[in-house]
Every structure is written in structure tokens, then in C-alpha cells.
Design a protein around this ligand. Structure first.
Ligand code: ZN
Length: 85
């Protein structure tokens, strides 16, 4: 019983780690970016883009930081007139 629970938690931890690794955080002021995991953030079961206030080591101050997933941004088709209609 306990073994099954710890296995489930192990899988969940691996899932969270993998998902978090996909996220990047970028300073909207200077464009400096790094992986969200590197700054100790965790994103799981999330999608879309989020903004948060945080300290940027690039321009040394509190800035709006954009948290996003590059794979997801690339997957979103550009908005525009639907030429096939
Ligand atoms: Zn910055």
C-alpha cells in the first residue's frame, strides 16, 4: 500500500519537474530570460501566459516578468483573417 502511494507521488514529482522545465520566465523590460525551474518556480497543470512582479537580475529591479511556455506560444496559430473561408 505505502509502496503504491510513494510510486504515485514519485510519478507526480517527475511530471511536475518535466512541466516546470518547459516554462520560461522573461523580463519585459530588458528581455533577459531563464527557465522557471532555475528561479525556483513551479508550474503544473497550467497553460497560457502569466505575468508576475519579480526581481530581475538583468536590470536589477522589480519588473513585470512574463511566465510563458515557448512550445505553447509556437503552437498558437497567428490571428488574422481566415483566408480559406
Ligand atoms: Zn530586466
Amino acid at each position: 500500500m505505502f509502496k503504491r502511494i510513494s510510486e504515485a507521488f514519485g510519478r507526480l514529482a517527475a511530471d511536475i519537474q518535466r512541466e516546470t522545465a518547459e516554462w520560461k520566465i522573461r523580463c519585459t523590460a530588458c528581455g533577459r530570460q531563464k527557465s522557471l525551474a532555475a528561479v525556483g518556480g513551479v508550474r503544473y497543470g497550467a497553460s497560457g501566459t502569466k505575468h508576475t512582479l519579480g526581481y530581475c537580475s538583468g536590470c536589477k529591479g522589480l519588473r513585470m516578468l512574463k511566465i510563458y511556455r515557448p512550445a505553447e506560444e509556437a503552437a498558437v496559430p497567428p490571428r488574422g483573417p481566415n483566408l480559406s473561408a
